[in-house]
Design a binder for this molecule. Sequence first.
Ligand code: PEP
Ligand code: MN
Length: 262
Amino acid sequence: KLASRETSERTIIQIGDLKIGQDFLLIAGPCSVESEEQMFETAQAVKQAGANMLRGGAFKPRTSPYAFQGLGLKGLKILEKVGKEMELPVVTEVLDTRDVSWVCEYVDVLQIGARNMQNFSLLKEVGKTNKPVVLKRGMYSTLSEWLNCAEYILNEGNPQVILCERGIRTFETYTRNTLDLSAVPAIKELTHLPIIVDPTHGTGKISLIPPMSFASVVAGADGLIIEVHHKPEEARSDKEQALRPELFAQLSAQVLKLRKYY
Ligand code: PEP
Ligand code: MN
């Protein structure tokens, strides 16, 4: 299999000067792109704090069809503009095969969300692009199922897959999901692909994001993806789990210091 460990040395994915799989990838930004002002404010703050990639959803996979679905093309244009001006590569989620090729014109990295991990036609479509893909773990998926999904992308000729542990559903209800940090060293045993952690969706609780970020670094994660909003109380999605920029800056300083030892 293309994803398995014996096939090759660790995969390094290069975007400009950034070497993912070697340099620590710190992705930050809001759950959803809401306005130019929001994206500029957040991007400036997270870049200053050490983030090296900007996130922002333009197509949101919401539980309710009546919840905010994202700004679509308008959101992508804002994301592209802010990323260019702030010199940060940008990542956004794609939900639909019909959107993949044109979304590529606006972003540096594509994200496949947990709910679409096993959307095989979507996986094949992103596998036909030349963009790195963040592949989130499905909330009911085993490591083997997850790696088979990476295989779908690799098999189409795109070797640039970044796995993302974002928590799984268990009987526990205190946290939004149960962050499976054992997946990090396990994935390292099984594949040569980089793996990052999303402690935001993994816990859904602001107080748990810093400790789980530190634990991710110690477990050997190649990066983190964290939701940050300049005014969390006004966020149009996931407001209860968005860090304020000041809190993100504190977290980032500690993460980058800790990373030197791992
Ligand atoms: C997100 O990153 O905003 C998101 C929807 O994450 P997930 O697919 O992990 O739920
Ligand atoms: Mn979110």
